[in-house]
Design a protein around this ligand. Structure first.
Ligand code: PMP
Length: 408
């Protein structure tokens, strides 16, 4: 068992020891991408140095061992999500690609004019734009569920929108811009009652809480490796076996076929039919190492640790004159989105950077949400398992410096 203290955990992340502009780094942008522990860096490096070969092809030992490692990574993801089989795990490049697979394969085949796709007002563009492309092709209709001013979902509106014409309900498990945790079970129940298919975007959830796809029961659950302390270039599409196997391939090529002639081609069953071409082998192994790492620390430690920092940071920010915090619903994870009266979000982030504090500024790939809130951009501090009190103190001191420099 690891010594689960944040001091100990920080030592696993080499980048946290560096300085930025001569200042201690307070990395508060984990919602955009998480830093990587030595265990992930080392697993990928060792594989590349000692075990690398292409997979699913070679009869030679190296290729077979690499294939085993890749397929073991798939199994690791399946256990992480409590999927009933590794065959329900499709590797993609990221969340964006996972949602596009569902749009281009499942939706294109199953939706027709007048069918309704229900989303929410707080979706990331990755869970909006693919559906607009499907709308343009099929004539399907998009209906967003409203949110309340505090960033929580308007469940009454959800109940009124989800009805007999609803074919798909697709929503974030946790909002990247506000941190709101959505009422997943209730939304799945509403969708099931009308036989709609469910997709959950878990990009901002899997790094903070244990996710059990059999308990939540969506048809699809997607996430991206780089926000889970793993590498970029690897993402996950979980789909129920029967649903995946009824879907046509998304891309064609090698590795996804059973037999090819110029007249016709037959495809492998899921997940392989959705993995055309050489996949991100090293990155899949890195993702498995990241999952090992996170589970070794355990959500029983990560959850309360992040919650404590979030509460502390929320209180500290609310005490700052002229600061507005966006997203204050009771069910919330790890994200502090804020604006300062009289300051542009980008100026705030730029001055914070001078203090060594890394936060994101902008629209967080959620234009419709920003429109709904009536704000052009926010600065966003987000918390990961390696953040500590000193990071929060540095953020608060940084904001004080911003106010002094901008004379607010
Ligand atoms: N959905 C949500 C909720 C996200 O936070 C993100 C990443 N910002 C994405 C989708 C897209 O992830 P990726 O860019 O890795 O595909």
């Amino acid at each position: 068992r690891l010594n689960r203290t944040v001091e100990r955990i920080r030592q696993d992340f080499p980048i946290l020891a560096r300085t930025v502009h001569g200042k201690r780094l307070a990395y508060l942008d984990t919602a955009a991408s998480a830093q990587k522990p030595e265990q992930v860096i080392e697993a990928m490096s060792r594989f590349q140095r000692e075990e690398y070969a292409n997979i699913h092809r070679g009869v030679y030992a190296l290729s077979q061992a690499a294939t085993d490692r890749f397929e073991a990574a798939r199994g690791r993801v399946a256990r992480f999500l409590n999927a009933s089989s590794a065959d329900e795990i499709v590797f993609t490049r990221n969340t964006t690609e996972a949602i596009n697979v569902v749009a281009q394969s499942w939706a294109r085949k199953n939706l027709k004019a007048g069918d309704e796709i229900v989303l929410t007002e707080l979706e990331h563009h990755a869970n909006i734009v693919p559906w607009q492309m499907i709308r343009a092709e099929t004539g399907a209709v998009i209906k967003p569920i409203r949110i309340h001013d505090d960033g929580s979902l308007d469940l009454d509106h959800a109940r009124s929108l989800i009805g007999p014409r609803t074919k798909l309900v697709a929503f974030a498990h946790v909002s990247n811009a506000l941190g709101t945790v959505l009422p997943v079970r209730e939304l799945v129940r509403l969708a099931r009652a009308v036989d709609a298919t469910v997709l959950i975007d878990g990009s901002q959830a899997v790094q903070h809480m244990a996710v059990d796809v059999q308990a939540l029961d969506p048809d699809f659950y997607v996430f991206t490796g780089h926000k889970l302390y793993g590498p970029t270039g690897i993402g996950v599409l979980y789909g129920k076996g029967a649903v995946l196997n009824a879907m046509p391939p998304y891309q064609g090529g090698g590795d996804m076929i059973e037999r090819v002639t110029f007249e016709r081609t037959t495809f492998k069953p899921a997940p392989h039919r959705f993995e055309a071409g050489t996949p991100a082998i090293t990155e899949a192994i890195g993702l498995a190492a990241a999952i090992d790492y996170v589970e070794q620390i355990g959500f029983d430690w990560i959850g309360p640790h992040e919650e404590e920092l979030l509460t502390e940071a929320t209180q500290a920010l609310l005490a700052i004159d002229g600061l507005k915090l966006w997203g204050t619903s009771a069910q919330k994870a790890s994200v502090l989105s804020f604006t300062l009266d009289g300051a542009h979000a980008h100026d705030v982030a730029t001055i914070l950077d001078q203090q060594g504090v890394a936060v994101r500024a902008g629209h967080h790939c959620a234009h419709p949400l920003m429109d709904r809130l009536g704000v052009a951009a926010t600065s966003r501090a987000s918390i990961g398992l390696y953040n500590d009190r000193a990071d929060i103190d540095q953020l608060v001191a940084g904001i004080t410096a911003v106010k002094r420099i901008l004379k607010l």
